[in-house]
Design a protein around this ligand. Sequence first.
Ligand SMILES: [Zn+2]
Length: 462
Amino acid sequence: MNWQLQFLGAAGTVTGSSFLLRANGRTLLIDCGLFQGGRQLKNLNWEPFPLLPAQIDAVLLTHAHIDHCGLLPRLVQQGYKGPIYATEATCALLDILLPDSAYLNEQDAAYANKKGYSQHRPALPLYTIDDAKKALQHLQSVRFDRPLSLDSFSVTWRPAGHLLGSAILEVRATAVNRSHRFVFSGDLGRYDGAIMKPPTTIKTADTLIIESTYGGRHHAEDDIAAVLTDVLQYIIEREGVLLIPAFAVGRTQQVLYHIRRLQDEGRIPDIPVFIDSPMAVSASHIYCRFGDDHNLDVNLLMDERVCPLHCQQTHFVRDVEASKQLNTRLGPAIILSASGMCTGGRIKHHLKWRLPNPRNVVLFVGYQAEGTQGRWLLNGAKRVRIHGEEVPVRARIASLHALSGHADHDELLRWLAGFVRPPQTTFIVHGEPKASRALQADVERHGWHTIIPLREQCFSSP
Ligand SMILES: [Zn+2]
């Protein structure tokens, strides 16, 4: 049977996940992610799609992270008419994440115009909140482990353990007695996370597309409790602020869970925790709604005081004015705000305010892609540019890798070991080149045939 697979993104980089699969006269788009990072990457979001969006028959999503779905509003804006299939929890998360992504785009464009630092004049948003709402109307929810028939395709979403609702996609294409089985790993989670369950073992694939974010790297066996108590002690002694750039969905709940546990064990005092994100309230609510999809014992009827996703003094900050008031707030206090890689959002204002003061700590709890401000700070930048202004970095910069939502090198190999025989071809994607090559080296050692595709590269059935 004939098929064609084209890599539109997450090839040579970790963002912009998007793959075009053609077979039996039908075209599926797997993920439709936003490119994030430096200007060069961001510019890719403005490039035309390699085909008319109206020619795509269906979109299948692995999960709700913006680097996997953040270009959907643009796809719809450019003429996509079909359904967008995703798990129930992914649909619920997209309801808050896509309009937020649009809002950030609009804000950035407006701010750039006000300050006059954009390369375009006037700066335009990639898409608007209205575009995002239109995209949401195309969503159709699917259940985990229940095959969906789409003409000659059968698609099954399997839990990936990476984010609430996240899935590994099994796509079987059939044509006259012959079929070909594609497996898209999406982003794979960890085996021993506190909140998410481990990724589903997949046994067979003819063509495998696997992520390699952490290829060649191993998550430090950070003692989460030790790191958190250390930075908290630091800011308590100095009356500083612990600033945690964290994505409102997933990472924020993880951080809250661990702080709450330390409080319950009496290991840290109850200091105020500010969740400066209008989305985080909705996100925590969604975690309670989909209690079966993760390990925590939570539900919608639960009293906040016993909910493991709330700390003793948790304040959710929704409006902009309250957020600004946090700038002048004295420590000790904890502020969580997005975005997690410091690429935009309210965290920028907090960084501008807190970085110059050595009493404060900025704690990174997630992956920081190349070219992002988060990566520069982690690499020891002495000054950063925020909203066109030079900001000196005097705060202590710390990191905690154990909260990663991504499988590390050994965990990727552990997942691959679940296959009873090697796929005909394994495409290694969603990694910076060094990471993809590191995973490739280990996988090929086991005799597998692998390819690290380039962006826009197209492969056909032999
Ligand atoms: Zn992800």
